[in-house]
Write a protein that binds this ligand. Structure first.
Ligand SMILES: O=C(O)c1[nH]c(=O)[nH]c(=O)c1Cl
Length: 312
């Protein structure tokens, strides 16, 4: 069985990669991902300047996943662009993703210009869905603002790019968002980011588990699987076929990854599981996905991608 997959002209020898924000803040962490069985990697969403992020505790493991309110801590765009430029020289056959999350239109456009003017030859993920910067609503939940950001962006940006979306929970929202996204030369849509602004409680102390925002943070892990499946499926049914899907959310084993691919995903990102198990998770996930494919009689991702059946 072969886990080879592609997005646009970019080829990957394995469908798995990290979700932005997980074990991808430093060059050391990024190198560990590069040396793992993952097919590629994405950097922590960058702002122009380095950010410390929210006060700790800002991440907690939960029974069925995780809660985080990191607050967009990162080393700044230059750091990740520098990493990417060095990486692509040393690994010409492994395209990587550079994630950016500007806190304003101006910041997003300034970072996009910097990347456009660079020799970066991988893919750019514009993160429209960070739920944890106090006072900053998620762009992905404001349709007019999303339209505006993408219009300004693609008035000059020519490198391969996609967007990271928050989860939507209403079919009219899928329709509306897909109608916006179909207007732009996007190579991919990555769905979903964490389930924004959840809350969990420490049973000993009756206290919210994390400090920022009174304990409110993005939920990941198994809790997210049914929402991730629905979002990938809904966009797969609505987007121009030129726009491919990256499936993120709820991957704990090979079957979860198989399901996201059935729903339409060309790549599968791993967040909470990677945070808890480390890069060796990719070795297990790869083994388990191959086993599911073998059971089903499939030898390639294309044999079953998007082939979810429904009851007639
Ligand atoms: O708090 C964060 O840094 C964060 N946390 C998330 O769960 N998703 C994001 O996109 C970001 Cl940017």
């Amino acid at each position: 069985t072969d886990l080879h997959t592609s997005i646009d002209k970019f080829q990957f020898d394995n469908v798995f990669m990290n979700a932005s924000g997980v074990r991808c803040y430093t060059k050391g962490e990024l190198d560990e991902l590069a040396q793992s069985d993952a097919g590629t990697l994405v950097t922590k969403s960058a702002t122009q300047a380095k950010r410390l992020g929210n006060p700790s505790p800002r991440y907690a493991r939960l029974e069925l996943g995780s809660i985080n309110s990191m607050g967009l801590p990162n080393e700044g765009l230059e750091y990740y662009l520098d990493y990417a430029l060095n990486f692509q020289k040393a690994n010409p056959d492994k395209p990587i993703f550079l994630s950016v999350a500007g806190l304003s239109m101006e910041e997003n456009l300034a970072m996009a210009h910097a990347i456009e003017d660079s020799d970066f030859n991988g893919l750019v993920e514009f993160n429209l869905s960070c739920p944890n910067v106090p006072g900053k609503p998620q762009t992905g939940y404001d349709f007019d603002r999303t339209q505006e950001v993408l219009t300004n962006l693609f008035s000059f940006f020519t490198k391969p790019a996609g967007v990271k979306l928050p989860p939507y929970f209403d079919l009219a929202q899928f329709d509306q968002m897909a109608a916006i996204l179909n207007q732009f030369p996007l190579k991919f849509v990555n769905s979903i980011n964490s389930l924004g602004n959840g809350l969990m409680i420490d049973p000993e102390t009756d206290t919210a588990l994390i400090k920022p925002k009174g304990g409110f943070g993005g939920i990941g892990g198994a809790y997210a699987k049914p929402i991730a499946l629905a979002n990938v499926r809904a966009f797969s049914q609505r987007l121009d076929p030129k726009i491919q899907l990256i499936g993120t959310g709820g991957v704990t084993n090979g079957r979860d990854a198989y399901d996201l691919i059935l729903a339409g995903a060309s790549l599968v990102q791993v967040g909470t599981l990677l945070q808890e198990e480390g890069p060796a998770a990719f070795t297990r996930l790869t083994r388990e996905l191959r086993a599911v494919m073998q059971t089903k009689g499939y030898s390639a991702i294309s044999d079953f991608k998007g082939q979810l059946k429904v009851l007639s």
